[in-house]
Design a protein. Structure first.
Length: 375
């Protein structure tokens, strides 16, 4: 009999629920996004996020169960994100999960959100009949995180059979996360929120447009594998301030956003070749740093494969670059699907499965931990 775990995710601005069998088979996955709510503020407003989670949590769980064709009584456990994340948002999911698990008499499993992102890669690898070779280096890159981990098997039982994993942090960003830099540059240039998807497509459309400025590699003192994107974002800011001809088209794009015109096809005609060249150069710089440091860590640790997860892992140029560079180095580069790259509950249910097998259950004292460390 399969172990069917309900996963609940509410760490930031997605209310999500999913049912996963044996940590690898997705029976359902439902995500209620809040992008439209936070868009006009250019970023996540924690209080609004918490209120929206309260509104969405019950219908999202009901829909996940309906898609899976299951009753609540047929679940074997409830897994929920404990952290890291926004404390108010986390509390909504945790309170609901604790109440549900107690009423059903089912085990409650606390899950680290970052462990979920690692398991998101495994979910799609399983679907494609592939296996991630361990030890691996995992890059988790999103709007809130840019961090590298070494991932090893902790137990004799393999992760494919529900064995627990061991994590060690290699490096992290010292300031802005990569996705955060995308959002800030997009806001600066009048391209809306979130910035990652639209900047990715506009950079790809740049063609032969000349780069109006060149960004060199970021150097960090101490740990050479640490990331830093604040300086790059600031360099874009100073360049735009010092170049008056950007002002008119930025104003045009901001007016288009006010009218609700935010699609790629609507914004592309409002971008000059100079702007497109700038976006391509910015994206090249971000991806260069992400790939170089990740490959450097893989070489240093003799990793067998590279895992890339988080919202920015959906970036088309990042995926293509990793696949080419990792392939040249004789390494597999594995990604989740784009649906599983962003926050979702299937990855939480999958990460709960090894803890279910190990009997690592939480109790009614479980509380949110907004700074919860993976390692």
């Amino acid at each position: 009999m399969s172990a069917r775990i309900l996963g609940i995710e509410s760490s930031c601005d997605e209310t999500a629920a999913a049912v996963v069998a044996d940590g690898c088979e997705i029976l359902s996955s439902v995500v209620a996004s809040q992008i439209a709510i936070h868009r006009k503020y250019g970023g996540i407003v924690p209080e609004l996020a918490s209120r929206e989670h309260l509104r969405q949590i019950v219908p999202v769980v009901r829909e996940a169960l309906a898609q899976a064709g299951l009753q609540l009584s047929e679940l074997d456990a409830v897994g929920v994100t404990q952290g890291p994340g926004l404390v108010g948002a986390l509390l909504v999911g945790i309170t609901y999960a604790k109440t549900l698990a107690a009423s059903l008499g089912k085990p409650l499993i606390a899950v680290n959100h970052l462990a979920g992102h690692v398991h998101a890669v495994f979910l799609d690898a399983h679907k494609a009949a592939r296996a991630a070779q361990l030890p691996a280096v995992c890059l988790i890159v999103s709007g809130g995180h840019t961090v590298l981990y070494e991932v090893k098997q902790k137990t004799a039982r393999s992760y494919e059979d529900g064995g627990e994993l061991q994590y060690r942090k290699i490096s992290q960003t010292r300031d802005d996360a990569a996705g955060e830099a995308y959002d800030k540059v997009a806001k600066l240039l009048g391209l809306g929120y979130p910035g990652g998807p639209i900047l990715d497509r506009l950079a790809a459309a740049a063609g032969n447009a000349a780069a109006p400025i060149k960004f060199g590699p970021t150097k960090t003192r101490g740990n050479r594998l640490d990331f830093s994107f604040s300086g790059l974002k600031t360099a874009v800011l100073y360049h735009v301030r010092e170049t008056p001809e950007y002002a008119a088209e930025i104003a045009e794009r901001e007016a288009a956003l006010e009218r609700g015109e935010r699609k790629f096809e609507q914004l592309l005609p409002l971008c000059s070749p100079k702007t497109l060249g700038l976006l391509r150069e910015f994206q090249n710089a971000v991806i260069r740093d992400l790939v170089e440091r990740t490959l450097g860590a893989a070489e240093e640790l003799s990793a067998e494969s590279i895992l890339v997860s988080g919202g920015v892992a959906a970036n088309s140029q990042l995926r293509a670059t990793f696949e080419a560079r990792a392939g040249s180095a004789g390494l597999d580069a594995l990604f989740p699907s784009r649906a599983l790259s962003t926050d979702n509950a299937a990855m939480i249910a999958a990460a709960a499965y090894p803890r279910f097998r190990a009997g690592s259950f939480a109790d009614a004292s479980l509380n949110a931990d907004p700074g919860l460390a993976l390692a």
